[in-house]
Design a protein. Structure first.
Length: 263
């Protein structure tokens, strides 16, 4: 088990037992000096021992603040015993493996599972985690979150978001959001009216794994925040026109759109 997988299993386990606040406390403990020294050593055994120490401390702290019945029951188990369950995948950690598989599949589906550097995903924006230890990460994440908060405040101030409509729907209408339906693929002069269809059933078919993506040559190696699926009957002019419009969309991408290019 890698250190990354062990940390994720431990975090999911403590979250399951005590909630999100306890999981966040465990995450913060990973920035303690002892943990950073262990990570810097690169020694797997040293990292595991340091991680165990932080997990046991976080479990004990959460147990002392237990308020719900579930948390009070979990508090009866020692942190050391809970760590053994993390290692074996039993007890409170029994569901962590399935949750980790779901997370991994989600990241694979978004094309960000094999990035060269550790990254975070904040409000749909993918960013590389900066080097320089926990202080640099905390600073950069703080800047990113502050920028998002200021953007939200701006939209509220100018009345783009108000109490008259659901907030989520209002956000999705903003220019910074990307719609599932993109009329740019079809072009403004398309003489046929296109239809939206649900593809979840077709994409769950085993044969869907054989489908591959077409990329603009400029952006082939980049992670794409938007994906377009085009289903066309090439035996008819209508289908050929749709396919041609989709390919043309990739070919006509301009330089300023490269970071947000679709696939």
């Amino acid at each position: 088990m890698s250190s990354s997988e062990r940390f994720t299993r431990a975090m999911l386990t403590i979250r399951s037992a005590f909630g999100a606040a306890a999981a966040w406390d465990f995450w913060l403990r990973m920035a303690f000096q002892a943990m950073e020294h262990a990570l810097a050593s690169g020694d797997a055994k040293t990292i595991e021992e340091a991680m165990q120490s932080q997990f046991v401390g976080a479990w004990s702290a959460a147990g002392g603040k237990a308020r719900t019945n579930k948390a009070k029951v979990a508090a009866k188990k020692t942190g050391t015993k809970a760590w053994e369950e993390v290692q074996s995948g039993s007890g409170y950690a029994s569901e962590a493996g399935m949750q980790l598989a779901d997370i991994s599949n989600y990241l694979l589906s978004k094309g960000i599972a094999h990035l060269p550097k550790p990254s975070w995903w904040l409000d749909g924006m993918l960013s590389a985690i900066p080097e320089g230890g926990s202080a640099a990460v905390e600073q950069e994440l703080g800047y990113a979150m502050m920028g998002e908060m200021q953007l939200l405040q701006e939209h509220i101030y100018f009345g783009r978001i108000d109490g008259e409509e659901p907030v989520i729907e209002s956000l999705m209408e903003l220019l910074v959001s990307v719609r599932h339906w993109n009329p740019r693929v079809l072009g403004m002069g398309d003489e046929w009216e296109a239809r939206k269809v649900m593809l979840s059933g077709a994409l769950s078919h085993p044969g869907a794994k054989a489908l591959t993506y077409l990329h603009s040559a400029k952006t082939a190696s980049r992670v794409k925040p938007v994906t377009h699926w085009v289903a066309a009957d090439l035996s008819h002019q209508r289908g050929r026109s749709l396919a041609a419009a989709a390919v043309g969309f990739l070919q006509d991408l301009e330089d300023e759109f490269e970071p947000a290019a679709s696939r």
